[in-house]
Design a binder for this molecule. Structure first.
Ligand code: PLP
Length: 273
C-alpha cells in the first residue's frame, strides 16, 4: 500500500507522522471519505469544497485543492482496485501537548482502502445520545469521531449497521456516518442541516435528484414512517428494513426503490456531479 503524506507517495510501513500531531492528541483535524470507482473518484469537487468549509470552521489553513487532487490521483494509480474508499485526512499538525496549535502547519494524508458495494437494505438502531445542533463543530467533518465509534459499536451489538441520533430538541438528525430520509404519504423528507447533521454529499444529490424536502422531523417519526432509507458515500441509497424492533413492510418500499434507481442512474452518468 502506497499512501500520500506531506508532498509525496510513501510506503505505508515507512510513512510517519509526529506522535504530537494534533489529529492524534486532540482530534484537531478534518477528513473526507471519497468513493473511487475503477480508479476515478466520485464527486471529488463537492468533497474538496466540504473539506475547505471544514478547514475554515476549524480555523485551519485552507487545503490546496490541486495538491489534494494530485495526491488522490497518485494514490489511486499506485493502488489499483475496482471499488476503493479514499480517505483524505488533514490535521492541525505537530503541536504542543495542549490545545494550542504549533507552528508546523497541517499534515495531509491520503490513503486508500478497498471496499465492496453495501447491501440494498440494513437494520438501524436509535441511540439516547444527542447531536448538538449549535456546537462549534456542528456540520463540519472533523476527526473527532469517538462518539460515532461508541454509537456504531452499540449498533453492531444489536445486529444493526447504523445508529441514528436525535438532536438536543428531540428532532431526528443523522447516523454515525450517514444521513437519514423518511417517506411520509409518498413524499420524501430529510432533516435540514439546522438539525445538526453533516451536510452529506449523497444527501445533497438525493435532495436535488428526487425533490426530497428538508423538514424538521420529531425523532419518533421513525415509528410511523412508511419507508426509511440512509444515504452516504459508501452506502449510496440504502433501504432500512429494521428500526429498533420495528420492521416496515416490504423493504425497499416503492419510493425508496425509485430513489435508489435514480441515484444509480445519475451517478453512473456523471462522476463529478
Ligand atoms: N453524517 C456523518 C456524521 C458522516 O460521517 C457522513 C459520512 O461519512 C454522512 C453523514 C454522509 O455524508 P456523505 O454522503 O458525504 O458521505
Amino acid at each position: 500500500m502506497r499512501i500520500w503524506l506531506d508532498g509525496g507517495l510513501r510506503d505505508l510501513d515507512s510513512a510517519r507522522v509526529s506522535v504530537f500531531d494534533h489529529g492524534l492528541t486532540v482530534g484537531d483535524g478534518i477528513f473526507e471519505t471519497v468513493k473511487a470507482v475503477d480508479g476515478t473518484p466520485f464527486a471529488l469537487t463537492r468533497h474538496l469544497d466540504r473539506l475547505t468549509r471544514s478547514a475554515r470552521g476549524l480555523g485551519l489553513p485552507e487545503p490546496d485543492h490541486d495538491e489534494v487532487r494530485r495526491a488522490c490521483a497518485a494514490v489511486l494509480e499506485a493502488n489499483p482496485m475496482p471499488l476503493g474508499r479514499l480517505r483524505i485526512t488533514y490535521t492541525g499538525g505537530h503541536g504542543p501537548l495542549g490545545s494550542d496549535r504549533g507552528e508546523h502547519g497541517p499534515t495531509l494524508v491520503v490513503a486508500l482502502g478497498s471496499t465492496t458495494r453495501r447491501p440494498d437494505s440494513t437494520a438501524v438502531i436509535t441511540v439516547p445520545w444527542t447531536r448538538n445542533e449549535r456546537g462549534a463543530l456542528t456540520g463540519l467533518k472533523t476527526t473527532s469521531y469517538a462518539e460515532n465509534v461508541v454509537a456504531l459499536a452499540r449498533a453492531h451489538q444489536h445486529g444493526a449497521s447504523e445508529a441514528l441520533f436525535g438532536n438536543t430538541v428531540g428532532q431526528l438528525c443523522e447516523g454515525t456516518g450517514s444521513n437519514v430520509f423518511v417517506v411520509l404519504d409518498g413524499e420524501i423528507h430529510t432533516p435540514p442541516v439546522t438539525s445538526g447533521c453533516l451536510p452529506g454529499i449523497t444527501r445533497a444529490l438525493v435532495v436535488e435528484w428526487t425533490g426530497a424536502k428538508e423538514t424538521d422531523l420529531p425523532l419518533d417519526v421513525l415509528r410511523r414512517a412508511d419507508e426509511v432509507f440512509l444515504t452516504s458515500t459508501l452506502r449510496d441509497v440504502q433501504a432500512v428494513h429494521r428500526i429498533d424492533d420495528r420492521e416496515p413492510a416490504g423493504t425497499p418500499g416503492p419510493v425508496t426503490a425509485k430513489a435508489m434507481r435514480i441515484f444509480d442512474e445519475r451517478a453512473g452518468q456523471d462522476l463529478d456531479p
